[in-house]
Design a binder for this molecule. Structure first.
Ligand code: GDP
Length: 439
């Protein structure tokens, strides 16, 4: 059975949540492989609204096992809140949720350091969510991180906490002029969390190996997106982990040969939250129109997202880095009523040089602007389209233009927020699109 990675190809918010939700009925396991509770999905099932930050939304499908991989950093208080909300609504976690023993813990000093550091940076701040995800990865790399398995050994946990606090408290007090922590105020709640989480903490890499061997199909779900990857994204305006598909292996504990399909998700246009380069950004009425029609406002903050045209230079870069086997284009419906649609096929630098590859130097990228091809738009509403032939010719031509430019077949198209509002492309393995076969 094919195992599949779903990865964002832009700067996040591409609609991965819905794509994962559409594929989940056709797999046995969903794994989160990086990031922390700085990502998240709101999933509406019937009249119930579920807010999930660390647990894959697959948990709402009774057949599906969900794994929080070793590449994820976990805030246990926030995770338990999610778990309790699920249990209260009758969702079974026993036998469905598995947490890697090697996943690192977000400790109370991590959000404190995150916020203090952002405040100190002032106008040069990264724009983090302040949840401590970055500082938790810092500790992981510094080999002083505390992991899930440490929660199960009180003596070891206390010892690691003491070592960390001695250092963190000095940094908080002396560098940031911030409040320090007392060991008991962390130890007591964390030992309570340990009691809650113990039944779920396990060797998830071994479990995945066994499940894959026995023919289960696994979906690896990336948080954030390629252009926010700490190595390959627009550093330093990036996240603190690796969302790219290759990281699914590291963050879940499987090998590259365990993955057969890699689908990249792109909106029909581009958005970005927070600071950092954005070569196809629109600062005009059209950008406003895309923002309004696409509802491009932050889910928690309500902050308007930056908007712009589709960027094929960046998308080609993402297709190469992730070795995409399929491209998912979401929010195509947002363009209905646009007379002309522009697509950036190259960048122009401040010195008037043109690039059809993603520039590797930060200073070039920061001043690069898109050079565009213009395609005719369409008037028709796409909400009820379910097969490629239902789409207006110009919408199909737009998709073909993108697909040919990046040399990746389109597997799925989003034509509205509803989970049924999708069009399956032709290049989809049968397993993932039985609906299409039936049509
Ligand atoms: P993620 O952060 O990449 O997982 O993005 P989300 O799952 O939060 O999706 C962003 C928003 O876009 C959600 O409100 C979705 O309901 C909505 N959405 C997803 N796909 C489509 C689509 O094809 N058309 C429209 N109009 N909205 C969509």
């Amino acid at each position: 059975m094919p195992n599949i990675v779903v990865v964002g190809t832009q700067w996040g918010d591409e609609g991965k949540g819905k794509v994962v939700d559409v594929i989940t009925p056709h797999v046995n396991v969903v794994v989160r492989y990086q990031g922390g509770n700085n990502a998240g999905h709101t999933v509406v099932v019937g009249r119930e609204k579920y807010v999930l930050h660390s647990i894959p939304s697959g948990i709402l499908h009774p057949h599906c096992r969900c794994v929080i991989g070793c590449g994820v950093v976990v805030d246990p208080a926030s995770l338990i809140q999610e778990m309790e909300a699920l249990v209260q609504r009758g969702v079974t976690l026993d036998g469905s949720l598995f947490i890697s023993k090697n996943a690192h813990l977000i400790m109370p000093y991590h959000p404190a350091l995150d916020r203090a550091s952002e405040a100190k940076l002032g106008s040069r701040r990264i724009g983090t969510t302040g949840k401590g995800v970055g500082p938790a990865y810092v500790d992981k790399a510094a080999r002083v991180g505390i992991r899930m398995a440490d929660l199960l050994d009180e003596r070891l946990f206390r010892e690691k906490l003491e070592i960390n606090l001695a250092q963190k408290n000095r940094i908080l007090r002396e560098i940031y002029d911030a409040q320090s922590f007392n060991i008991e105020e962390i130890l007591n709640p964390y030992l309570r969390f340990a009691g809650w989480l113990a039944p779920y903490i396990t060797d998830t890499a071994l479990l995945l190996h066994r499940w894959i061997e026995s023919g289960y199909s696994v979906l690896f779900e990336g948080a954030q997106a390629t252009m926010l990857d700490i190595d390959h994204g627009t550093y330093p305006f990036v996240t603190s982990s690796n969302p790219v598909a290759g990281a699914a292996c590291v963050g879940a504990g499987v090998g590259p040969r365990d993955i057969q399909e890699i689908w990249g998700v792109a909106k029909a246009y581009t958005t970005r939250v927070g600071a950092g380069p954005f070569p196809t950004e629109l600062h005009d009425e059209t950008g406003e129109e895309i923002r309004r029609r696409g509802g491009e406002f932050g889910t928690t903050t309500g902050r308007p997202r930056r908007t712009g045209w589709m960027d094929l230079v960046a998308l080609k870069y993402a297709a190469r880095l992730n070795t995409l086997s399929g491209l998912v284009v979401t929010k195509l419906d947002v363009f209905s009523g646009f007379d002309r649609i522009r697509v950036a096929t190259r960048y122009r630098s401040q010195e008037e040089a043109t690039f059809d590859r993603f520039p590797y130097h930060q200073s070039v990228l920061h001043h690069a602007v898109g050079e565009y091809d213009e395609l005719p738009g369409w008037r028709e509403d796409l909400a009820d389209c379910r097969t490629p032939s239902d789409l207006p010719v110009n919408a199909r031509d737009y998709l073909r233009f993108i697909s040919e430019a990046v040399d990746v077949p389109i597997t799925l198209i989003g034509v509205g927020p509803g989970r049924e509002q999708v069009v399956w492309g032709d290049a989809v393995p049968e397993q993932f699109a039985p609906e299409r076969q039936a049509a």
